[in-house]
Design a protein around this ligand. Structure first.
Ligand code: PRP
Ligand code: URA
Length: 209
């Protein structure tokens, strides 16, 4: 069964509180989402494999470590997931970026896929699917399904705010996928919004309504 990790680092929690604040405008919302994504990327890459090398320092030779060159892929769920990409790429700039376009039908809350573009070597990459919100879980479940259908075998899911319903949906549909979140909120309301949440992530990121 997939594991759930809540990143309770003080910097992540502090910035997340500012993101939640209804008085935080688009510019700050974007900047904070970017910063939180960088901090979460630091945590999520903890288990990247290293290999031994020798490096010449000004003083002597040293036995040291470098990243073993694992192939990574970031896949934002459009549109709100885009707000997390640059923050992650600051730490892992060589990662390839795929895209899955989904929107939630406002009536049925079911995800509707409208775009998919992934790196060609899907089978060889470790993917991190990103989206600020995990609400009913419909979008994340469908995005992960979309990657698997195209051959992806190693997938993590990372978001800012989740609720129990969304976490359960991923666990049930994709028990092989670990989930990384900054906060696990209380519940969904009747409109499918996370309570207390942060509102509509896409609209707040892009200044639309
Ligand atoms: C939001 C959010 C997730 C989805 C979460 O996107 O960014 O993708 O809802 O809800 P779910 O877990 O119930 O599927 P939205 O559909 O509003 O599209 P947008 O990113 O284009 O704003
Ligand atoms: N999508 C959002 O952007 N916010 C929510 O609370 C739920 C889904």
């Amino acid at each position: 069964m997939g594991k759930v990790y809540v990143f309770d680092h003080p910097l992540i929690q502090h910035k997340l509180t500012m993101v939640r604040d209804v008085n935080t405008g688009t510019k700050e919302f974007r900047e904070l989402t970017d910063e939180i994504s960088t901090l979460m990327a630091f945590e999520i890459t903890r288990d990247l494999p290293l290999e031994d090398v020798t490096v010449q320092t000004p003083v002597s030779e040293a036995s040291a470590k470098v990243l073993a060159g694992k192939k990574l892929g970031i896949v934002p769920i459009l549109r709100a997931g885009l707000g997390m990409v640059d923050g992650i790429l600051k730490l892992i700039p060589a990662a390839k970026v795929g895209h899955v376009g989904l929107y939630r039908d406002p009536e049925t809350l079911q995800p509707v896929e409208y775009y998919v573009k992934l790196p060609s070597d899907v089978e060889e990459r470790d993917f991190i699917v990103v989206d600020p919100m995990l609400a009913t879980g419909g979008s994340a479940v469908e995005a992960i399904h979309s990657l698997k259908k195209r051959g992806a075998v190693s997938i993590k899911f990372m978001c800012l705010v989740a609720c129990p319903e969304g976490v359960e949906a991923i666990k049930e549909a994709h028990p092989d996928v670990d989930i990384y979140i900054a906060a696990l909120d209380e519940k969904l309301n009747d409109h499918g919004y996370i309570v207390p949440g942060l509102g509509d992530a896409g609209d707040r990121l892009f200044g639309t309504k």
